[in-house]
Design a protein around this ligand. Structure first.
Ligand SMILES: Cc1cc2nc3c(=O)[nH]c(=O)nc-3n(C[C@H](O)[C@H](O)[C@H](O)COP(=O)(O)OP(=O)(O)OC[C@H]3O[C@@H](n4cnc5c(N)ncnc54)[C@H](O)[C@@H]3O)c2cc1C
Length: 323
């Protein structure tokens, strides 16, 4: 990155790069790595304050923990190897391969159907979200990753694009200065609330009206709770797919449990508003959950000889009690 020093006020600095990618999520990291592998230098700007040291040496938990794992299917595996030869195997080693996906479907009459899909090793990987990001980031030249850079706006002209970043102190998150990055190409990989997209397209994200509960927990050897075997994903769907549950071997002794509920009326989502990403208004989900509990219990007990876990409401909070 060519720095021209400070310009205008001491609060503003200018720099110049060939390609600027905004956002260090899976998309931004994958693109930065793919370009690097092809000898094209692209700088990546991430608003969160993750230093390279954090990424690769210690404090891995400082990476924003999404409390989830992701599944990478056959197309994703091919794409990874297209980015860098052998990358899909590295992902598999950092997570786990999936050998079987078991689906239990209950129709309106309560009849249960089972389906199983098997996979060859190398076809399907399950991996913690954070681990997948770390794998991608580990190959990217550390001088190309700029953390604590939040894009606020950009201006484009014949000469290229001027992207305005607020640069914050990593420890205190206080604003230090504004950096204007001049670039030939600005790529928006800044997620669902993308500033780049908002400025170009102007639309808002579309809400699919699903509410998810996720629990990504250490479960070595399945000792904490059963429900899925090694290298397995177990799915429970009602006929319309309005209520779904996943139990996933996420690799490295972790399991992921997801419960997803269609919420067209928005009643359930309303209870979450006070605490974004948390458990929401205390006690408010008891009613919603008690129905789901029956549904889950019914399916799990039919599907398996032992009970997976109990959901208990205590003092307005939801507790998951596992065997
Ligand atoms: C619970 C859950 C489970 C999922 N499971 C799967 C799955 O199994 N398989 C699958 O393929 N997909 C799955 N997905 C979807 C997948 O996670 C997303 O599609 C993917 O992460 C999107 O990547 P992204 O890089 O576009 O955006 P993000 O991962 O959102 O990354 C955007 C990045 O940009 C940064 N940023 C935002 N604004 C700015 C700004 N102004 N300036 C600088 N940086 C900024 C953010 O901090 C973030 O790091 C799942 C998603 C969720 C929520």
């Amino acid at each position: 990155m060519e720095g021209n020093g400070e310009e205008g006020s001491s609060f503003q600095r200018r720099e110049e790069v060939e390609i600027a990618i905004v956002g260090g999520g899976m998309g931004g990291l994958a693109l930065a790595l793919a370009l690097q592998e092809r000898g094209i230098t692209a700088h990546l700007f991430e608003k969160r304050g993750i230093t390279h040291a954090h990424l690769f040496e210690k404090h891995h938990d400082l990476l924003s923990d999404t409390a989830t794992a992701i599944g990478i299917g056959a197309n994703g595996m091919k794409a990874l190897d297209g980015i860098r030869s052998g990358l899909s195997k590295v992902m598999e080693d950092a997570g786990t391969y999936v050998s079987c996906r078991k689906l239990t479907l209950v129709n309106k009459k309560g009849e249960v159907q089972y389906r199983e899909q098997t996979f060859e090793q190398g076809e399907y990987v399950s991996i913690g979200f954070k681990q997948a990001q770390l794998v991608l980031a580990s190959y990217i030249n550390k001088d190309l990753i700029h953390c604590s850079h939040r894009l606020v706006r950009f201006e484009s002209s014949e000469a290229g694009v001027d992207a305005y970043f607020e640069v914050t102190d990593e420890d205190t998150s206080s604003l230090e200065y504004v950096k204007v990055v001049h670039t030939k190409l600005l790529v928006g990989a800044d997620g669902i609330w993308s500033v780049v997209r908002r400025m170009i397209v102007g639309d808002s994200p579309r809400y699919l009206h699903y509410v998810d509960w996720n629990a990504y927990v250490p479960n070595p050897g399945g000792k904490l709770f059963g429900g899925h075997g090694e290298h397995e994903i177990v799915l429970l769907f009602d006929e319309d797919g309005d209520t779904r549950s996943w139990l996933v071997d996420a690799g490295k002794g972790f399991s992921l449990w997801i419960l997803r509920k269609l919420d067209l009326s928005g009643d359930l989502a309303k209870t979450l508003k006070r605490s974004k990403g948390g458990l929401g208004i205390p006690g408010s989900k008891v009613e919603h959950y008690s129905n789901l509990m029956d549904w889950m219990d019914g399916m799990i007990l039919k599907r398996q000889s032992r009970q997976l876990m109990k959901l208990i409401f205590l003092s307005g909070q939801l507790w998951i009690v596992c065997q």
